[in-house]
Ligand binder design. Sequence first.
Ligand SMILES: [Zn+2]
Length: 82
Amino acid sequence: MENPLVAAGALVTVAGLSLLVAGPLGLVFVGVLFLVAGVVGAKEGDGGTVGSGGDAAKTNCPHCGARNDADADACHHCEEGL
Ligand SMILES: [Zn+2]
């Protein structure tokens, strides 16, 4: 869906603007935002079901496949260890 060239252009444009407006720290902040967005997008891509966008840290139970918080010790569905 997303053209890599468009994504790269957007990244460089936003990075440049951030550098102008907020300095190096702004650039770091935008970089972190893109990293988080990329990680969330990758998870949603191979997870099958797309979440509502707010579940940045989820993991699939290896036993039953239920979605659980990434920091949970046991599956909320089958109670197997994660
Ligand atoms: Zn489970």
